[in-house]
Design a protein around this ligand. Structure first.
Ligand SMILES: Cc1ncc(COP(=O)(O)O)c(C=O)c1O
Length: 387
């Protein structure tokens, strides 16, 4: 049995009480906790509108549909992200494409993005949207992303699933300030959880109304012609889905959100202990943090020069498993997934920084309940293996 995973939820008595009281109420599915959680999220993250859905993937899927992506629309993201972002482009029959990462932050490279936009312009092609992931908990260069979005008129989406609780220029609400659409996941290993769950934030009321309809089969409340309410005033105007979240999940979310600051502080303390143990070690690179960033440390990705140390990543993963410690790799570059290679003809060496990053990266365990003794043990095993 794995005792230490790369990430883990933390549930306390208050969370349990909150869920139990919701389970004892009249509402299991659509009920008051959904509105209450949406309101709390909007206040916390300074967002104008919010719609909760069943998971982060559903949030991305609905975003593509509500924005009207269609065949030949080009949507860019970095290859070092979770599959759900690029997959949401494929669900809409649009064209996913990629931009290499910044070597230091592992986020989408602004320089490469600009190059890509100009290259596509020469081919008389225009990009429709960029989905930028705040990888591992570090916000992207949002000031420059916004400038590019304004200049080239594309929709800017922040896949904020790793960075819940991060700050950019001291602003917890940075994601909704700079992006047109912001996506959260509250999956069990995220910085706060509802088990499965997700949210979409936007400044655009019409867009959020559309999402609210699409997450519930495309049904919309119709005003009758004579002004009188009919007994069942709903009509299906678009093809929608059942991507609703439940009331008791939101009861958990409300309680978890109150602990977000505490969770993020602890993740930063763990990162500090790793840094103390692992700084200035040959063949090892720790995460770089840009100025004006407060990291949410959803992940602690390190880079190991496997060529120099002459043992493979697989060997390190296997040796750690012998100690019941499960490291992870985030991520296998999306463009090299067999599906993407086959369907869209992506090739090796197209995004060299992302591919090199994948070859060298490992994510060390980081979560609220990880003990100092365990962190020191992980660091000491790693040091022995790579020296
Ligand atoms: C960056 C990123 N985007 C999207 C998702 C999808 O979220 P969910 O698992 O809630 O569908 C995840 C979750 O793993 C993620 O890490």
């Amino acid at each position: 049995m794995i005792k230490i995973n790369y990430n883990r939820h933390f549930i306390d008595k208050k969370d349990i009480n909150s869920v139990v009281s919701s389970l004892k109420s009249d509402y299991l599915t659509k009920g008051p906790k959904i509105n209450e959680f949406e309101k709390a999220l909007k206040i916390k993250f300074k967002a104008k509108y919010c719609s909760l859905v069943s998971n982060g993937t559903a949030a991305l899927h609905l975003t593509g549909i509500a924005l009207g992506w269609k065949k030949n629309d080009i949507i860019l993201s970095s290859p070092i992200t979770f599959l759900a972002g690029p997959n949401s482009v494929v669900y809409s029959n649009a064209r996913p494409d990629f931009v290499d990462i910044d070597e230091k932050t592992y986020n989408i490279s602004i320089h490469e993005l600009e190059k890509k936009i100009l290259k596509l312009k020469l081919l008389k092609k225009k990009i429709k949207a960029v989905i930028a992931t705040d990888y591992a908990g570090q916000p992207c260069d949002w000031k420059n992303l916004r400038k590019l979005a304004n200049r080239h008129k594309f929709t800017l989406i922040n896949d904020n699933c790793h960075s819940i609780g991060a700050k950019y220029f001291n602003n917890l609400g940075y994601a909704s300030k700079y992006a047109d659409v912001v996506i959260h996941s509250y999956h069990a290993i995220k910085n706060i959880t509802t088990g499965e769950g997700g949210a979409i934030f936007s400044k655009n009321k019409k867009f959020i109304n559309k999402i609210n309809s699409l997450k519930s089969h495309g049904l919309e409340k119709i005003q009758s012609k004579n002004g009188l309410n009919s007994t069942w005033p709903y009509q299906m105007l678009n093809l929608g889905f059942n991507y609703r979240i439940t009331d008791f999940q939101c009861a958990l979310g409300i309680s978890q959100l109150k602990k977000l600051e505490k969770f993020v502080i602890k993740r930063n303390q763990i990162a500090k202990i790793y840094r103390k143990n692992l700084s200035n070690i040959k063949n090892l690179t720790l995460p770089h943090i840009e100025p004006n960033i407060s990291h949410a440390y959803h992940l602690f990705p390190i880079k190991v020069n496997f060529k120099n140390i002459k043992i493979s990543k697989e060997t390190i993963l296997r040796k750690f498993r012998k100690y019941n410690i499960n490291l992870q790799v985030h991520y296998f570059p999306v463009h090299l997934q067999p599906f993407y290679k086959k369907k869209f003809n992506f090739r090796q060496n197209s995004f060299p920084c992302a591919e090199n990053f994948y070859k060298s990266t490992l994510s060390l365990p980081i979560y609220y309940n990880l003990k100092k003794k365990e962190i020191n043990k992980i660091a000491s095993i790693l040091k022995k293996l790579i020296k």
